[in-house]
Design a protein around this ligand. Structure first.
Ligand code: GTP
Length: 284
């Protein structure tokens, strides 16, 4: 998808319209980059709707970091769940969390004598984060991928998750924080935006630096390096690895190889964003 200001305004308006229809928002983010895969606009248009953070693709993320991120979102006041949307066994959790978050609202409806308190939700997220996969899992079938197109809000359909929970048939698609160069680099690294937008060597340099500083033992093991090899600065290390892996002087080929190795899980499950949790004194 190409995002131009006109598209962004249209996407924003469409999501805003859809938000009016729902009780709760399921914000889907990539567990490997929980901040970079958030949408900057959602906070502005969501107003007071409850929101649940869904850290998707958790099967690819560093499980320890995912725990820390969930604690972070809790501090921010949001319930969260970490899932692998490709496995349906994990999805009843979404329903459970939705009901917990909306307990008060549902209780009020019961008190008023309404038999079924139906909760309506929407999945919102940036492209490729797994919105369609989650929708399909939630409703146990394959829904055609329609995405956002003009006029689509006029005939929204509700898909039944269960007797008490419905979800909008089209997800809300918003754009990532493109202004921030590292955000773009991270999205390119994980294959969430077209590779061609960012140069492979920039993406690889970022990745190499991150591996070096956060996952050094895995980097050493995967490419059979000595610890001292990591003393080189990043461009030198890139060149060193280019030669070591047999790409001669072809820096770009190594860059592509590194990116592929990361995506294919050669370094295990990785998270490319750190979070520092607020201490107890914050907010006093
Ligand atoms: P757009 O239509 O571009 O907005 O994408 P989307 O947000 O609907 O994402 P989609 O559901 O199409 O998923 C994108 C890719 O990620 C697909 O190849 C999915 O198979 C994959 N995917 C989705 N969820 C997961 C997950 O939890 N784990 C893994 N490993 N892959 C996932």
């Amino acid at each position: 998808i190409q995002w131009f200001p006109g598209h962004m305004a249209k996407a924003r308006n469409q999501v805003q319209e859809k938000l009016k229809l729902v009780d709760i928002v399921l914000e889907i983010v990539d567990a490997r980059i929980p901040i970079s895969s958030q949408n900057p606009m959602l906070a502005e248009i969501i107003e007071h709707k409850p929101k649940i953070m869904i850290l998707n693709k958790a099967d690819l993320a560093d499980p320890k970091q995912t725990e820390v991120w969930q604690a972070y979102f809790k501090q921010q006041g949001y319930a969260s769940i970490a899932i692998d949307a490709q496995h349906k066994s994990q999805l009843p959790q979404i329903n459970k969390v939705v009901r917990t978050v909306l307990k008060d609202k549902i209780q009020k409806q019961y008190d008023k004598g309404l038999k079924l308190a139906k909760v309506r939700a929407i999945c919102i997220g940036i492209p490729n984060v797994g919105k369609s996969t989650i929708l399909n899992r939630l409703v146990h079938k394959n829904i055609a991928k329609t995405g956002d197109r003009p006029g689509v809000t006029k005939n929204q359909q509700w898909l039944k998750v269960n007797e008490e929970f419905e979800v909008l048939d089209t997800p809300g698609i918003l754009w990532p924080k493109f202004e921030d160069q590292t955000v773009g680099t991270k999205l390119a690294l994980l294959g969430s935006i077209k590779d061609s937008i960012y140069a492979d060597d920039d993406v690889a340099l970022f990745a190499l630096d991150y591996l070096k500083t956060h996952y050094a033992p895995r980097l050493l093991a995967a490419y059979k390096l000595n610890e001292a090899d990591l003393d080189q600065d990043n461009p030198d290390l890139m060149l060193f690895l280019t030669k070591k892996l047999g790409f001669k002087e072809d820096y770009d080929q190594f860059a592509q190889r590194l990116i592929l190795d990361i995506r294919k899980g050669r370094f295990g499950r990785l998270t490319f964003e750190d979070v520092v949790l607020a201490t107890d004194t914050v907010g006093d």
